[in-house]
Every structure is written in structure tokens, then in C-alpha cells.
Design a protein around this ligand. Sequence first.
Ligand code: ZN
Length: 113
Amino acid sequence: MHEIGVLYEAVKAVENVAVQNNISKVKQITLEVGELTGYLPVFFEKYFSVVTDGKEMFKDCELEIIIENGEGLCTDCHALYNVMKHEGKCPKCESRNKTILSGQQFRVKDISY
Ligand SMILES: [Zn+2]
């Protein structure tokens, strides 16, 4: 489970920002998770209470997860397609040569206080 590690880092980063800005309560954290990262959002939801356990700042904090689509651009025929949906193969010319345009990110997109 890599999810708990990256989630822990994300929560720690949010905590640092909050402390620096004298914020004592975080209401909501929005994470953006690319579908090509291999991270399963369900684990973030599951581990969020574990990672924030005992931290007053995150009491009743909501976790929102936005999935970023994995888009690829075929380098042979220049078709744009969803890499996950088509299992990495261009639906137009069946080539596997591609440039990944999105879907590899994991980041804290937004924080509400
Ligand atoms: Zn193609």
C-alpha cells in the first residue's frame, strides 16, 4: 500500500501550511489523483482517519478526491485517447507509442479552513 505513505506526506504538508498561517482547523482537503498513478482512491478514504488520528486540526475534516483522467497522445497517428480505457493502446491505429499528457499527478489541489 503506497497510498498510506503519500497520504501521510500530503497531510503533513497541509499541517505545515496551516501552522505557518496560524490556522487551527482544516475543514476540507481536496486531493487530485491521476488514474495512471496506480493509487486507489478507496485507500485514501480508508486511511485518512488513520493518518489524521489524534490531530485536533483535522477533527471532522472532509477528504475530497478528484480523479484526473489519464490522457495519451498517440505519437504515430496523433489521436488523443484515454490510456486506462484503452489499456495503453491507441484505439485508432493500435500503436503503443504515446506521450502521456495527464493522469500521473498526485497533489493537494485545495484546502478549506
Ligand atoms: Zn494511433
